[in-house]
Design a protein around this ligand. Sequence first.
Ligand code: TYD
Ligand code: MG
Length: 505
Amino acid sequence: MPKATKVAKTAKAHFFCSGCGNEESRWFGRCPSCGAWNTAAEAPATAPATGGAAAGRGPRARWVPKPGAAGGLPGAATGPRPLAQVEVSATHRWPSGLRELDRVLGGGVMPGSLVLVGGDPGIGKSTLMLQLAETLAAAGRRVLYVSGEESVEQVRLRAGRLGPIPESLLILAETDLEAVLEAAAQVQPDVLVADSIQTLARADLEGGPGSVSQVRECALALLHYAKGSSAAVFLVGHVTKEGSVAGPRVLEHMVDAVLYLEGERYQHYRVLRAAKNRFGSTNELGVYEMTDGGLREVANPSLAFLSERRGVEPGTAVVASLEGTRPLLVEVQALVATSFYGTPQRVTSGFDQRRLALLLAVLERRVGLRLGRHDVFVAVTGGLTLDEPGTDLGLALAVASSYRSRPVLEGTLAVGEVSLSGELRRVSRIEARVREAAALGFKRAAVPAMQAADARTEGIEVVPVATVREAIAELLGAKVEVRPPDGPVAGAPRRDAPAKPGGRP
Ligand code: TYD
Ligand code: MG
């Protein structure tokens, strides 16, 4: 790229972190802003080298829509005026019909907004957008779905599986931004979906599709389009790990809302959350289930993350994780088994490994569980990731329960952050968590002793516990024998008979 080198000599900053969009004047191995490695991507600086320090930061329109055509920020030309005199047309949102999505957006799709939908490849972004396109079109909106990744036939096949395809849903397979904008000017859609922003490119810019500068400039052009035309524009952005393709974080500052679709690829629950929202709160979270017919909303998410048989097996506990404003009850499972290797294994799924190590150390030193010769496996149901300290106590309880073969008392919620001394620290919004458990018919909630008064809720017993040790003493039921698998086992009528190796049918 000889041209890029030329730019490099004149422009000020020209290396971008493709992870977070941070701009540096020199190449870096590790991004000073977000700490990611190998994410430096070379690109022309944000602003032409005018020398001004301020010019280097923030989005700058270098692509300006033709006058008259849809584009340009509304009211941009009128200069300063009293804010109070700015007329506000009653901005009514369009309910999309996808209730969870509407809630995360703050009550529906906002005309003229630019929304970024990010997530790992294959998580279901295209599916969600296509479903949105179908429901909005069915409600009479004109929707233009631009696919840069899949052919028109592929999208048609998928759309057919998701539901009836309304007439006002238009599809365009295109990767050239100008062509997309031209089509949009012609069609004048109410809603435009660009799937994905990383496949769009402007021919007059350096760098291939997906480079930081292309992604930024294309998003900027679509921002102008959204503001000028009052169309709601959705950008799909893949979260990427390498530096070659810019991730959605590069765009976070310029869009109105950022939604992330998360979940484990091979498990069927998907969580939609807002990382930024100019039209609503960022705390809301939507839960979907991936089915043959696309994403289906889960009406009661707490129920979804609880298994049906609760509290009967040792090693399971229920925690309340605060996901935004919404507390989510989630079941955690632990299995403690004698280790056959010199170094016992600690395997987690959906829970931080180091956090588990800390909890195991607390259990060993403060409670006296001898876990040093045991493998410990930990799993969170539904593919959710728990990264909130309020879930500590439940996890510790699950491990202790498995180790002692004593189930946690049925209908128990455990909330509390565990400190190194084994004491329980206070957690935020305790009352919301306990209320959720009460609503789902739980019998008792173990909470940090110092928060017992705040936690008091009708219909549920609040058990104040000061330490992990106390929680384990109070919340585990009677020991259960480890029985052979159910069903008649020939020649093994006695329960206490030693298990025969290889004796399974
Ligand atoms: P997709 O929306 O293509 O993911 P993204 O756009 O985020 O890359 O979803 C891909 C996965 O979803 C794919 O593995 C198949 C699955 N899927 C279903 O299970 N059911 C469906 O109805 C659809 C359309 C997809
Ligand atoms: Mg896709």
